[in-house]
Design a protein around this ligand. Structure first.
Ligand code: BTN
Length: 327
């Protein structure tokens, strides 16, 4: 499978750090400071422009970054993380969920991959996940569970609760979950989760947990998204340092996933109910080519959606796409 991996480029990160003051910078001085040739500087500037970064290079050998851009910095993320994970930061890849397809299953090591851009970012139900360079968080973790696949029911819901907890830690208090694992903010999609499970012959499971969180994307960056979306920047008016956001996200993710591994799903039921955007709403569920309508009345102990029908009977559904009919 072609993954089109472009590895992390430390000089590119340093170049953007130098350019980040909103001033014009001379190519010769940049080249001396970074210890690389002027031609390499020019190539890196061209590359950033191709990635969609707004840089003014109209003045001879002088460059201005029109908007602040803080690229991901593995050292700073690792420093603020209290868990032992093997972290890889890339410049670009097809999808971070692909990164582990060739990895060995590791019963005791957590691998994580972040990238600045995904060329084939994927959402649930074969959707595209828009992944512009340097704007958002595209994170996947390869997590070993000492359990078989049946014990993982509810995990994707727990991951969405971890994302909500991260948002609260950042001061964004109005996040809601839409079963099974969409994260909405003020009614617009802010983050999503794509999970993949591989059962290992030794009796444990490797789970790929993919999380996309819109951080600094603005309406100018992405006009092609076919659903109503938002980003932390759109909500707050300020751009955020993604290194800080990623460290918080990983911290919460691993806290929640470890707790799930030890205690199962039931300990999260109340937290789910407090953020469940579908609770007591009339919904239609697309389930195995059927449209099923009724009132969403929460989830069961496995994380399955409960729908109450007009005759008061309640049925649980393990998968499907929910459409909200009326508020
Ligand atoms: C959805 O809500 O449809 C799920 C979106 C998941 C997006 C993330 S970004 C990191 C990882 N890599 C992908 O290609 N998808 C997930």
């Amino acid at each position: 499978m072609p993954m089109n991996i472009k590895p992390y480029n430390e000089k590119l990160v340093q170049l953007t750090q130098l350019l980040n003051d909103g001033q014009y910078h001379d190519g010769n001085i940049l080249s001396q400071t970074l210890g690389i040739t002027c031609s390499t500087i020019r190539k890196m500037i061209e590359k950033l422009k191709q990635y969609g970064v707004a840089i003014d290079s109209s003045q001879n050998n002088r460059y201005l970054l029109s908007e602040p851009l803080i690229l991901l910095d593995p050292a700073s993320i690792q420093k603020s993380l209290h868990y032992d994970v093997e972290l890889t930061v890339l410049e670009s890849i097809s999808s971070t969920n692909d990164y582990f397809k060739l990895s060995e299953a590791t019963p005791h090591t957590i691998l994580c991959c972040l990238t600045e851009q995904q060329t084939q970012g994927r959402g649930r139900l074969q959707r595209v996940w828009h992944s512009p360079f340097g704007k958002n968080i595209y994170l996947s973790c390869y997590y070993p569970f000492q359990k078989d696949i049946r014990a993982l029911a509810g995990l994707s819901l727990v991951i969405s609760l971890a994302v909500l907890a991260t948002l609260r830690a950042l001061g964004f208090n109005d996040g809601m979950v839409k079963w099974p694992n969409d994260i909405f903010y003020q009614g617009k999609k802010l983050a999503g989760i794509l999970m993949d499970v591989q059962t290992q012959p030794q009796g444990f499971s490797m789970v790929t947990i993919g999380i996309g969180l819109n951080v600094n994307m603005t309406a100018r960056d992405e006009l092609a998204i076919d659903q109503s979306w938002t980003s932390l920047r759109e909500e707050s008016g300020a751009s955020l340092d993604r290194n800080y956001v990623v460290a918080l996200l990983l911290q919460h993710l691993l806290d929640y996933v470890h707790r799930f591994a030890q205690e199962g799903f039931s300990v999260f039921s109340e937290e789910w109910a407090a953020s469940d955007s579908l609770l007591h709403q009339t919904v239609t569920l697309d389930y195995m080519s059927h449209h099923i309508s009724g009132e969403a009345v929460g989830i069961n102990s496995k994380g399955h959606l409960l729908i109450r029908f007009p005759d008061e009977s309640v049925q649980a559904f393990s998968s499907g796409e929910v459409v909200l009919l009326k508020k």
